[in-house]
Design a protein around this ligand. Structure first.
Ligand code: SF4
Length: 385
């Protein structure tokens, strides 16, 4: 019997953004609650914090425009510029500020396209998640409402993990179903906006009609109910285990890695696609497990504990320029131009990080060279637990 305290702690892991994980491994919320209880909360990733900070500035651009509508209107361009300059003053890097601008520009375009009244532009708006079975409230980054007709939900993803497309994203379907409940909308359009992703994934949309919304709601309720049962099943795989906070303690994740290793050793190469899927998943999970294990072990030793057979080595120095614009200015002042740096292989341009207009201006100089194709998760052909 699982204690009500642990079940209660597990609720924080039953959130819309974890729906895909729970669908694959219904025991994940409880396992993570147990791991955090035993080991404490792992430190938040600085990259995730960067995403959170970015959200705040996108919200401030939209609210500046919206809340000024009744008094002295602030135009979109001015509101966005103010939010971006606040973000720069707060120490956010130039690329994150550009991502904030792209999101705010996108919000402006949607508001203008659907001719939404300022009062119906809702920022960081709580959605009614109870009908879907979530105990915690969900918050939509932006909701535009055409009363009784359409709700447009926008989810900003400012992090570095490419989340694929909106119509293959479990969190967006949960938001759509919740928005339909909250706003009594017949149709919900969800936009997934992720400025750091590949161009094809930067802005994707999915539309949900009443029938799809009903089916999504029923599926979400069933997934969450299974995770609250007394004996929720664990099911390991790369997608669900990769960011799981219980990974280092999970017997199922370890068994998955070891069984696949054993099968490779005893049986040789897999016979079919399913076999290769398990092999790749186990290999990638083992890499992740190794990183987690090394980080935890290092932290334990650095805290002054002894670990037989292991000690900390001498840190290797890496030399890099932190403030590149300032370094370029110094070099120019010393008579060394960017062109000379490039000729000496000391400078490169990351085309993928450039805004579209800048990329267009050097388009004729860009050549493409294909690397070996990376292994990428294909959610459209994944198997569900
Ligand atoms: S590590 Fe994987 S199998 Fe274990 S609880 Fe987490 S998601 Fe489930």
């Amino acid at each position: 019997m699982i204690s009500s305290t642990l079940q209660g702690m597990a609720e924080r892991f039953r959130r819309p953004s974890a729906l895909a994980q729970i669908a694959e491994c219904e025991g994940a919320p409880l396992m993570q609650a147990q791991a955090v209880l035993a080991d404490g909360e792992p430190p938040a990733s600085p990259l995730a914090q960067m995403g959170n900070d970015g959200h705040g500035f996108v919200a401030s651009a939209i609210t500046l425009w919206r809340d000024s509508a009744d008094s002295t209107p602030i135009q979109w361009g001015e509101a966005i510029a103010m939010a971006c300059s606040d973000a720069t003053a707060a120490g956010l890097d130039a690329w994150t500020v550009r991502c904030i601008q792209m999101c705010a520009d996108f919000a402006r375009d949607l508001v203008q396209k659907y001719d939404i009244e300022p009062d119906n532009v809702l920022v960081e708006h709580p959605l009614d998640m109870a009908a879907l079975g979530f105990a915690a409230k969900g918050t939509a980054d932006l909701v535009l409402v055409i009363p009784g007709t359409l709700a447009v939900v926008v989810d900003w993803k400012l992090g570095y993990v490419d989340q694929g497309e909106a119509d293959d994203h479990d969190q967006t379907q949960a938001y759509a179903a919740a928005a339909a409940e909250t706003f009594n909308a017949k149709e919900v359009l969800v936009w997934l906006v992720q400025p750091r992703a590949e161009k094809a994934h930067r802005r994707t949309a999915a539309t949900y009609d009443a029938e799809t919304l009903r089916a999504n709601r029923a599926w979400t309720v069933a997934v969450l109910n299974r995770s609250r049962s007394d004996a929720p099943q664990l099911h390991a795989g790369y997608g669900q285990c990769c960011y799981c906070k219980a990974q280092h303690r999970c017997p199922e994740a370890k068994r998955f890695i070891m069984d696949t290793r054993e099968a490779l050793h005893v049986l040789g190469s897999p016979l079919d696609g399913e076999g290769y899927a398990d092999l790749i998943s186990a290999g990638k999970l083992a890499e992740k497990f190794a990183d987690t294990a090394k980080d935890m072990g290092k932290a334990y030793i650095m805290a002054g504990n002894a670990v037989p057979g292991w000690k900390l080595g001498t840190p290797r120095a890496t030399r890099s320029v932190v403030d590149v614009p300032a370094a370029l200015a110094d070099l120019e002042a010393a008579g060394i131009s960017a062109v000379e740096l490039a000729r000496n292989d000391a400078l490169s341009i990351r085309v993928g990080g450039l805004p579209d207009a800048a990329e267009a201006s050097i388009a004729g100089r860009i050549v493409e060279k294909l690397s070996s194709p990376p292994l990428t998760a294909d959610k459209s052909t994944r198997t569900r637990a």
